[in-house]
Design a binder for this molecule. Structure first.
Ligand SMILES: *Cc1c(COP(=O)(O)O)cnc(C)c1O
Ligand SMILES: [Zn+2]
Length: 463
C-alpha cells in the first residue's frame, strides 16, 4: 500500500477547540502509538501502513448518561436548527465535535425511512422484516452520509490554510456522485475516477452535472483506485475514498439511526450488501459506540452480503479469515460492489467477529429474482439490495434467521439509479437469467374493445 510520507505535523494535534480535537483524533487500527489530527492530510498509519480510524475518547462522552444522549438525539429529529436537521449532524458530538457550524457541508442527509416490509416479510417467513431505505437521500445512496463529514472537514482544513485545493475519489458510481454533489455545494473542485463503461448512466451523469472533472479510465474499480492513490500523494489533492476514515464517521450514524427509530431497541439481524467493506465497518462502529456508552446492551448480528461474481470477503470468511483474499472481480449487475480487493478488510473482519456475524453470497440469478419479488410488494430495489434480500432468503432457508427475529435489510441505493437493470429484467434481456416476474408493458391500439378484451384476459390470468 502506498503511504503518504510521515510528517512531523501529522503527529501534532492542532485543534480548533483544544479540548475537543484532543479527544477525537485519527489512530492506527493496528495499535501503533500516535494521535493524528483529523485536519491533517493523512490516510494510513505512518508506522505500519494500516488504516486509521477516528477515535473518540469515551470519557468526555460520558458526561451525559445514556438516557440524556437518547433524549438529546430524539429532540433533534426533523429540526431546522442548523446543522441538527441532518441525520448525521444530529449526532454531532459523536461524529466530529470540533467542526465549526460554518464549515458543516450538509444537505440534510440521513433520517431515511425505516419501514415494515409487511408483505415481503410474510412471503419470506420473517414477518418482522424492515427495510432501511438509505437510497432516499440527496444523491440516491448512503454515500451521502460519509461525504457530508469528509467534505466538511476539508472545508475546515481549507479555512485554516491547509494546502488542499481539490478532492478526488475512485468510484463504482455512488461515491463519485456523493463527492461531486457535496464538493459542488461547498465550492470545492472535485476529480472523479470511474471505470469506463462500468457505472450506470444515472451514476455517470451526476458528477458530470455537478461540474466535477470526470475521468473515465479503461480499467476496473481497483485499477482506478491505484491511480487515485498515486495522484493524491501530492497533499494538494485530498483522497475521498473510504480508506479515508472520515467517511466511516458519517456512515456509522446509520446503525444509531436504526436503533433510534426502533425507540432504542436493537434488531436481531442487519443485512448489508458489501464491496469495499467500509459500510459494514461503519455500521459496527456505531453499534460499538452505543454499547460503550450504555445506550444499548446487545449487538445485532451483522450479515455481509456479497455478489458471487465479486466475493473476496465471502472467500475469506470461508477460510475463517485466516488470510485476506483478493480477486479480480467479475462483471455483476450489482456494479457498485464489484470490488476484488476491499480496502476496509481488517475493520470488517472485526465487525463480523464481534457481532457473531456471517458472510454470504448471491448469484446474478438470485439477486435479480430477489429484487423482482421485492418490487412486486411495492419496493423499487437496486441490485445491491437484491443481493441482501437473496442472502436473507438463504439464511431463512438454513434456519439461521428465525420467524420471530427482527431483521433489517439495508437498502444502499435508490432503484432509480439502476433503471437499466430493471428494464433489461422486464424485457427478459439479462444474459443467463430467466425473468420469472417479467411484466412488460403491453402495446395495444387505442381501441376500447381491444383494451377491454386485454384487461379481461390479463385479470383472468392472475386468478
Ligand atoms: C458503495 C456501495 C455499497 C458497498 O459499500 P462498501 O462500503 O463499499 O462495502 C453497496 N451498495 C451500494 C449501492 C453502494 O453504492
Ligand atoms: Zn500502525
Amino acid at each position: 500500500m502506498a503511504n503518504p510520507e510521515p510528517t512531523m505535523t501529522s503527529l501534532v494535534v492542532e485543534p480548533k477547540s483544544e479540548t475537543q480535537a484532543q479527544t477525537t483524533y485519527f489512530r492506527c487500527i493496528s495499535g501503533c502509538p500516535g494521535k493524528h489530527s483529523i485536519y491533517d492530510v493523512i490516510y494510513t498509519c505512518p508506522i505500519c501502513g494500516s488504516l486509521l480510524e477516528v477515535h473518540h475518547e469515551r470519557e468526555p462522552l460520558q458526561d451525559k448518561t445514556a438516557e440524556q444522549w437518547k433524549q438529546l438525539f430524539d429532540s433533534r429529529v426533523g429540526t431546522t436548527a442548523w446543522p441538527y436537521g441532518s441525520g448525521v449532524w444530529s449526532l454531532r458530538e459523536w461524529v466530529i465535535p470540533s467542526l465549526a457550524d460554518e464549515n458543516v457541508v450538509s444537505m440534510c442527509e440521513g433520517n431515511t425511512n425505516l419501514f415494515w416490509a409487511e408483505r415481503l416479510g410474510k412471503q419470506l417467513g420473517v414477518p418482522d422484516l424492515w427495510i432501511k431505505l438509505c437510497g432516499n437521500s440527496h444523491t440516491g445512496s448512503f454515500k451521502d452520509l460519509g461525504m457530508t463529514v469528509l467534505v466538511s472537514v476539508v472545508k475546515q482544513m481549507m479555512a485554516q490554510g491547509s494546502p488542499v485545493k481539490a478532492v478526488a475519489c475512485a468510484s463504482t458510481g455512488d461515491t463519485s456522485a456523493a463527492l461531486a454533489a457535496y464538493a459542488a455545494y461547498a465550492g470545492i473542485p472535485a476529480i472523479i475516477f470511474l471505470p469506463a463503461g462500468k457505472v450506470s448512466t444515472a451514476q455517470l451523469i451526476q458528477p458530470v452535472a455537478n461540474g466535477a472533472l470526470v475521468l473515465a479510465l479503461d480499467t476496473d474499480f481497483d485499477g482506478c483506485m491505484k491511480i487515485v492513490k498515486e495522484v493524491t500523494q501530492d497533499n494538494s489533492i485530498y483522497l475521498a475514498n473510504s480508506m479515508n476514515s472520515l467517511r466511516i464517521e458519517g456512515q456509522k450514524t446509520v446503525g444509531i439511526e436504526i436503533v433510534r427509530q426502533f425507540n432504542w431497541q436493537v434488531p436481531d439481524w442487519i443485512i448489508i450488501p458489501v464491496g469495499n467493506l467500509g459500510n459494514i465497518s461503519a455500521l459496527y462502529k456505531g453499534f460499538k459506540l452505543m454499547m460503550d456508552l450504555g445506550l444499548i446492551s446487545k449487538m445485532p448480528r451483522l450479515v455481509a452480503a456479497q455478489a458471487a461474481q465479486a466475493n473476496p470477503f465471502y472467500e475469506a470468511f470461508k477460510n475463517n479469515f485466516k488470510e485476506k483474499v483478493s480477486i479480480t472481480a467479475q462483471d455483476t449487475l450489482a456494479s457498485a460492489i464489484r470490488i476484488g480487493d476491499p480496502v476496509s478488510y481488517a475493520k470488517a473482519t472485526k465487525a463480523i467477529a464481534e457481532s457473531d456475524g456471517i458472510v454470504e453470497q448471491a448469484t446474478e440469478a438470485e439477486l435479480a429474482a430477489a429484487a423482482a419479488e421485492a418490487d412486486l410488494t411495492g419496493m423499487f430495489t437496486c441490485p445491491h439490495t437484491g443481493v441482501a434480500l437473496a442472502v436473507l432468503k438463504k439464511l431463512v432457508a438454513r434456519g439461521l434467521i428465525q420467524k420471530s427475529d427482527r431483521t433489517v435489510v439495508i437498502s444502499t441505493a435508490h432503484g432509480l439509479k439502476f433503471t437499466d437493470f430493471k428494464v433489461r429484467y422486464h424485457d427478459s434481456n439479462l444474459a443467463g437469467i430467466s425473468s420469472k416476474h417479467a411484466n412488460p408493458a403491453i402495446q395495444l391500439p387505442a381501441d376500447v374493445g381491444a383494451v377491454k378484451a386485454e384487461i379481461e384476459k390479463q385479470l383472468a390470468g392472475k386468478q
